[in-house]
Design a protein around this ligand. Sequence first.
Ligand code: NAD
Length: 360
Amino acid sequence: MSIDTPLFEVLRTSDYENLIWCQEKSVGLQALIAIHDTTLGPAAGGVRMYPYESEQRALDDVLRLARGMTYKAAAAGANLGGGKCVVLGDPKRGESEALFRTLGRFIERLGGLYIAGEDVGTTAQDLALVGLETRHVFSLPAEEEVAHFTAFGVVQGMRACLQHVSGSADLQGRTVAVQGVGAVGSDVVRRLVEAGAMVTVAETDQDRLAQITKSYPVTAVPVQELHARPVDVYCPCALGAVLNERTLPELRCKIVCGAANNQLATEECGDRIAEQGILYAPDYIVNAGGLLAYADGQQPGGFNRARALAAVERIAETTQRVLALAKEHQLPTYRAADQLAEQRIAAVGQAKTVATGWGR
Ligand code: NAD
């Protein structure tokens, strides 16, 4: 056993509800499922498969990511809690039908406490295998693309930021630098161009770059230059930690608003960007569109496109609320986002106590 942290200490540090260890030697499955908070509903979270260098790293990751999902779902107004599953292994070598079906059986045993989705290292096909053994898997109808809901939400968040900074949410004539034109970024570009924005892109994958410059009137710049462009909005849609000690002094945008998860390298970077007078749209607020689409599919009667789009459209309102809270209390926006999420969990938790007359 190479885990250093005492296990109940791990749960206590941030009020986790459960930590489930799953093992099936015959198929080589080792997985951890963390349930952070289910006040608002079943714990939602992706299944991440990664060749962790140690069990401690896997534990740290599952805990951090589960907590993040609680905040994301709460702030987005979804009736979901936060959870996560990590599978210890190399997605390029370790995947097998038996492994994902076995994971599905573990998830089924939890009786709906945890609902699984895709994440780094797993695909829709892997989740379909999980779904052969359990109903508790997020899915959308085959013709729907989750990244398009995420992209729609990012653009809604961007409009709210523009409204806040300039008094108009109009994208016509705005300059936007989009980093990464993968599943989400390419659809963000499409929406921006259609709304009349002037778009600059950077992308490491040359095929994707060629595709986007062929399809839309966008300007391509080298990857290492994009964040320093003098634009209205810098829109990270590739990697995390893009707002760091090195990039912050080079930023020349008014707003940062993009889909990438964990854009702030550290919380201090969130404080610094506010001090620089740049409006940072908290990533988990504006990239919740995909989660909201999945949440819609959990409703009785299943997925309803118009209802899902209406929920994603409200990311503009949520962003406005975060920005107003930050302004009112003189907080960096990332802290305001956390407060919004915590307030909703506390209020619903209180309501549940009242309804039952005793602790939830
Ligand atoms: P993706 O893998 O389809 O696209 C990412 C793109 O970024 C790829 O084309 C990649 O080549 C490119 N890239 C990598 N490094 C780069 C760099 N340094 N500069 C420029 N381009 C670079 O991923 P995605 O599904 O589009 O997700 C993008 C981001 O949004 C990720 O951080 C993801 O976690 C986050 N996110 C995605 C969703 C979703 O619905 N897919 C939801 C929430 C958050």
